[in-house]
Design a binder for this molecule. Structure first.
Ligand SMILES: Cc1cn([C@H]2C[C@H](O)[C@@H](COP(=O)(O)OP(=O)(O)OP(=O)(O)O)O2)c(=O)[nH]c1=O
Length: 186
């Protein structure tokens, strides 16, 4: 049996597309504050923490955990703390290409697969009014980089290079391959 170590409704919905049975238990890991540095290493550390916090309680299960961050100019952008911070993040992303990293970890006791997947996303130029209106929707609050590509921010995206589901929080091709490798999917 597979256990998704996540409180994210998006990750649950994406995993359902694989047509497999799974249970959900959010991790108890307290995430680090994102800052400057290696975004891939940072999100992998968070995904490992989330996955392990659930895996220790369920030694007989394969546990899947993930973490998503946005990277720009060496800075790591996590979830905004308030609307002002959301607007500041969106101002930085406007008219530029940023990188979205999602780390996935699949673990059962000492067995573990892990992978970090990168997608590049280019935003068109956003006006101050557009940014303020989007922040006011509340959509940015629980999302890395203060936007949801699957929501109203879809209209901000001029181009994407790489996995779309990776941006939403769970790279499905890589998750599928990992689940095949450990024979959760046959
Ligand atoms: C960039 C982007 C991020 N996101 C989301 C994916 C993640 O859920 C969230 C980043 O926060 P995470 O800490 O990766 O995940 P989470 O706290 O939502 O859930 P979990 O319990 O698994 O830790 O941002 C989108 O939904 N759309 C987007 O376009």
């Amino acid at each position: 049996m597979l256990l998704l170590a996540s409180g994210s409704p998006r990750r649950r919905e994406l995993l359902k597309f694989l047509g497999i049975t799974f249970m959900v238990e959010p991790g108890s890991y307290k995430e680090e504050k994102p800052q400057h540095g290696d975004a891939a290493a940072f999100c992998l550390r968070q995904a490992l923490g989330k996955t392990q916090s659930v895996a220790v309680k369920h030694p007989d299960m394969w546990v899947l955990g993930a973490d998503t961050v946005v990277a720009l100019d060496g800075d790591i952008l996590g979830k905004p703390q308030d609307a002002a911070q959301a607007e500041a993040m969106l101002r930085r992303l406007s008219g530029r290409t940023h990188r979205v990293f999602t780390a996935i970890v699949l673990q059962r006791q000492e067995e573990r697969l892990q992978k970090v997947v990168e997608t590049q996303v280019r935003f068109r130029e956003l006006s101050a009014a557009e940014i303020a209106a989007y922040a006011a929707t509340g959509e940015p609050s629980d999302k890395a980089g203060a936007y949801g590509i699957q929501g109203k921010a879809a209209a901000f995206v001029a181009a994407i290079h790489g996995s779309y589901t990776n941006v939403v929080g769970l790279p499905l091709a890589e998750v599928y391959e990992a689940l095949k490798a450990v024979r959760v999917i046959v």
